[in-house]
Design a protein around this ligand. Sequence first.
Ligand SMILES: [Zn+2]
Length: 660
Amino acid sequence: MGSAKRTVNDRIEELRRQIREHEHRYYVLGQPVISDYEFDQLMRELQRLEQENPELITPDSPSQRVGGEPAKEFPTHPFSRPMLSLENAYSEEELKDWARRVVQLARAEEVDYVAELKIDGLSVALIYENGLLSKGVTRGDGRTGEVVTGNVRTIRSIPLRLHEDVSVEIRGEIFLGLKAFRQLNDEREQAGEPRFANPRNAAAGSLRQLDPAIAARRPLDFYGYAIFPTLPLQSENLKRITKLGLKVNPHRKLCRSVEEILDFYHHWEEQRDGLDYEIDGVVVKVNSIQIQEKLGSTSKSPRWAIAVKFRPRQATTKLLNIRIQVGRTGALTPVAVLEPVQLGGTTIRNATLHNEDEIERLGLQINDRVLLERGGDVIPKIVSVVEQAPDRRPFQMPSRCPVCGGEVYRPEGEAVRRCLSQTCPAKLKEALLHWASRKAMKIDGLGERLVDQLVEKHLVRDVSGLYRLSQEQLEDLERVGPKSAENLLREIDASRSLEFWRLLFGLGIRHVGERTAQILAKHFGSIERLQNASQEELEQVHEIGPKLAESIYRFLKQPENRELIKRLEASGLPMKSDDVQPDRETKVFEGKTFVLTGTLQGLSREEATKLIEQRGGRVTSSVSKKTNFVLAGSDPGSKLDKARKLGVQILDEQQFRAML
Ligand SMILES: [Zn+2]
């Protein structure tokens, strides 16, 4: 290795060491000492150095968490020690019986126990060889599990390298926190995908994704509870797992009697809502591993441990009515109105029903008696119909929005009906924020607090209302001085001279993102032509599928939306593209692959990439036989040599520009 290489290698090692330490502080200890920004800077530097020196990449590098290719199926792994499930106790009596048996079989005077929280997740085994994570395996049937290493590697609280170079197997629970769970479900609902029933299902679905890139977007977490080879005590094992760099749940207790176990149990049954993850009981284990071995296991479960389940938080009550809530995105959500009932210490009057399919699935009708359950969502849900009422009546989803009277529509394959009117008061706040966003009309001064006031004081009834606001009206609002009112008006005014596609994006047509808006603006050139386009014409546009075409078509046919567009036109907003060009002619790089290397004089890499992509080409990071062009600037790297070797055409900046 040359000395320059050695310096690079040292820097890479140093970066990895720092990143590992910060990941441990952030994800395991929850005590970060640098900002997210500073962390990103370290990671970027590492990624850049590794990209330039691919031969120095190692599998345990923190940059390699999401590296794996999507799998076709999961290989299996036979456990050397079976991963048994635990016996359950549903009452104090059952716990006491178990403890009596333990003392008897152990032939001991006294037995110590470790009580831990029973997290509602998925058990996995992490196999480390010489300190490196080599396998992550699901419990499977307890004898043979599925190898899901690629997905396990994406979990940031699981280190790819332990603090010591030891070979161990660490078992624990993978779970999804409640905050992350709710966010994931909201995103799925937005995207028209079905919601996960509970965090456990969401975690299971994520862990069994064949594509690790999907698992990487779900913020899964991990708590360890067992390690092999074992130390003499379970309490020591837990400390050992922490010392190796993994998380162990901090809520645990060394108990000397059943009474102490019960204290712990009752405490957490009361306090479980204060945690950001779901627990469904307490796990009690004999602390001494020697006694554990003496007690042994049945074919199903160990005799030295038991799961004491919490009482289910269920109740029955009568469904009085179903009313419709219109959300910020215009989604119509049915909500159950219930006869008030006590559940887990609070009075419950409402339960969510998610969507009309859920009502049908439950076979629910008004006046029925229903079984309620409180789980991961703060709002309880209806589990089943307990008794059909003689005077029951079916519920019908409305075909008009209960807030604005606008038409509602349920696209094929989606579970949710939405109000289509972009002037609906229920959607107004969201519509204004979207309109003002950076990718749309760039009205930076219009934040959430201001939008709330504008809507609540009825100063604005749709986005066109922004263009009629006066300095006096703005100054009357809370926390708006003359200066900021002036700035805001200037920004609003400036949005009149932005590109036409921004208006199309800003309108908030469902499924129309920035890129689609640009395609539409280019293809149709004006709002008039777009409004007159049939659904078939829309579908014929490159990159516009049937679902998108229908969404655009329906939106533009809505009388409320047409009126809104007229008002926007009257307010002086752009309704035409200046550069009307047919889509096809400019795709000079259609199907061509580029690799960039070195520094270009007049262009940044991002700009060059954009120019290529706009013309239908693709930019990849490494040179292969499939590469069509290498665009080389000054100080090109090894990519240029490789391109020469493979006979790939090399362009300098001037030649590249000539092709545009
Ligand atoms: Zn509406």
